[in-house]
Design a protein around this ligand. Structure first.
Ligand code: FES
Length: 555
């Protein structure tokens, strides 16, 4: 009865039986929308995917999904990553689908789509949006994210006038495509490639390059074969492929956000992954991709240098080369012909971009469950620091006070933002790169130690300690800090402490009362009731693990 209804209703669309009977049914899950500029080309690109599916003998249909344009969604797309993951899983479960091409790229879409696909575990291939094009300004290459932050600081300091700022706005975002620094989008798509979810080299292709169109149609052709081969995520998304992704993360100097997303993705496959596992990989692999914010090049330069396959070739000794991928071949086979065409952009392991590593996991009485810092994008002088805390209870309070001329702050102050975590904000926005107070900007100060239970943009830089867990809103130690407390940071020793006795902390804890929570209604209510902390990936507790939803009854 059900298959009859499916056949009948497809014919209602004007399709002949021979166009779909006996063919693998492939969904194109597309996160295009008018408010996702990074995905602006995915509507058109879906047609290239469809072309490939039809060429290979499949039957294609497109399913729109939550678009999550990073800068358009308030308070943060992170609040909705799990919603996209749920949507992806349920779209794949509830429709008659044999396999899917997943189309995304802007920060949360990659983990969201892949988390859902791993949980559903049918054949999928990832078609990444690709980075936007570079532009030039006053003879210098400029892009989105890192440059935005740098220029904005100069604007606040009074070194850039409003007329120039308006010109710069469009210069930094030249075309559709994801941010062209090694921000969260490029980190996550590259890690997806290293995990085996994309065609080789797919993630480095600029969004507006004809190669990108060809890659999209190749995704369509390949998914049809993957269905016949029954090549599901569980066949290749393993501990080895996750380790390959972590090695990639460190070599790229990737976004701090990747730590959260990778734990969440691994959790969907029932693979335990901890911050300490990541720290161990960061111990071994230096940053070799000379890309903003750790370096000074952009993704278009990375593509010309050979892209991700060339970088993977450089870190070959650290990879599980036998790990399978969507090509049906191993990662080692996929990168066999890769060549590094520019050793200034993709450095050999012997000549890293930075003495600082991509990630250091800190612990101490301020973050017993961990916090992270990205030393490669921070000031070396702050890697060992002792300073007095200046504490803000909310982002609104911080924004209201940070540029006040009488703010009690100097360059050694440690700025602290709390109640900005998964439950507190809610959704853990990218507020962790607290602005430098205007009065210090005007004195030429461009970095300070900052601590929060929030996240920070992968495109940003600075001595920011983020993801402090447990977060303040559920009683984590950041909640106990007061202005003037002495904070000690020692990145080499992996320590973040406040100089307070256990007795003093206990006394403050006894006085602490939880801030009000959003518990009124809807998705946000479900979010605050079920989201896990940063060290657990911020997934919902009921979505972690490999338990399967039973198939709905067939009528
Ligand atoms: Fe979409 Fe940066 S805003 S990738």
């Amino acid at each position: 009865m059900r298959s009859f209804a499916h056949r009948q209703r497809l014919q209602q669309r004007g399709l002949a039986r021979e166009e779909f009977l006996g063919r693998p049914v492939i969904a194109i899950i597309n996160t295009w929308s008018d408010l996702s500029p990074c995905h602006a080309h995915l509507r058109e690109r879906a047609e290239a995917v469809r072309r490939g599916i039809l060429q290979a003998g499949g039957f294609a249909f497109e399913l729109p999904a939550l678009s999550l344009g990073e800068v358009m969604v308030k308070p943060t797309t992170m609040l909705y990553r799990n919603l996209l993951a749920m949507e992806t899983e349920e779209l794949l479960r509830s429709h008659p689908v044999d396999g899917a091409v997943l189309m995304g790229g802007c920060d949360k879409t990659t983990p969201g789509l892949l988390m859902g696909a791993v949980s559903m575990d049918i054949p999928v291939i990832y078609c990444p949006a690709g980075p936007m094009l570079n532009d030039r300004y006053k003879g210098k290459t400029v892009g989105a994210g890192t440059h935005t932050k740098k220029f904005f600081d100069e604007y606040v300091a009074g070194n850039i006038e409003q007329r120039e700022w308006i010109q710069l706005e469009s210069k930094m975002t030249r075309s559709p495509g994801t941010c062209n620094t090694m921000g969260t989008a490029s980190t996550m798509t590259a890690m997806a490639e290293a995990m085996g979810f994309t065609l080789p080299g797919a993630t480095s292709i600029p969004a507006m390059d004809a190669n990108h169109v060809r890659m999209a149609s190749a995704c369509g052709r390949r998914i049809v074969d993957m269905v016949w081969e029954d090549l599901k995520p569980s066949s290749f998304f393993t501990r080895d492929s996750i380790n390959n992704a972590l090695a990639t993360y460190m070599a790229l100097g990737g976004s701090t956000n990747a730590a959260i997303h990778t734990i969440a993705m691994a959790g969907r496959a029932g693979i335990p992954l901890s911050l300490d596992d990541m720290n161990a990989v960061a111990d071994k692999i230096p940053v070799i991709a000379n890309l903003f914010p750790s370096g000074d090049k952009l993704m278009e330069d990375f593509f010309y240098a050979g892209g991700l396959p060339a970088l993977l070739n450089e870190i070959r000794p650290h990879l599980a080369l036998h790990a399978r991928t969507v090509t049906g071949k191993s990662l080692g086979e996929n990168i066999a012909d890769a060549k590094n065409l520019d050793e200034d952009v993709i450095r050999p392991l012997s000549h890293p971009v930075s003495a600082g590593r991509a990630l250091a996991v800190l612990r101490g009485n301020l973050c017993p469950d961990g916090a992270i810092i990205k030393p490669s994008a921070a000031s070396p002088k702050f890697m060992k620091h002792r300073g007095r805390a200046l504490v803000f209870d909310s982002n609104a309070e911080m924004l209201a006070k940070i540029h006040a001329p009488d703010l009690d702050v100097d360059e050694n102050t440690v700025l602290v933002l709390r109640n900005a975590g998964p439950v507190g904000a809610p959704g853990m926005p990218e507020w962790g790169n607290l602005p430098i107070p205007k009065k210090l900007l005007q004195r030429g100060i461009r970095d300070m130690v900052r601590i929060s239970d929030a996240r920070m943009s992968g495109t940003h830089y600075g001595s920011c300690i983020v993801h402090a867990a447990p977060e303040a809103a559920i009683g984590g130690p950041l909640a106990l800090l007061r202005d003037g407390d002495w904070i000690v940071l020692d990145v080499a020793a992996r320590i973040l402490n406040v100089e307070l006795s256990e007795a003093e902390l206990a006394a403050r804890r006894a006085q602490w009362t939880a801030p009000p929570r959003f518990t009124e209604r809807g998705f946000t209510r479900m979010y605050v009731e079920h989201v896990t902390q940063a060290d657990k990936g911020c997934d919902f507790d009921f979505l972690m693990g490999t338990a399967k939803t039973p198939e709905p009854p067939i009528y």
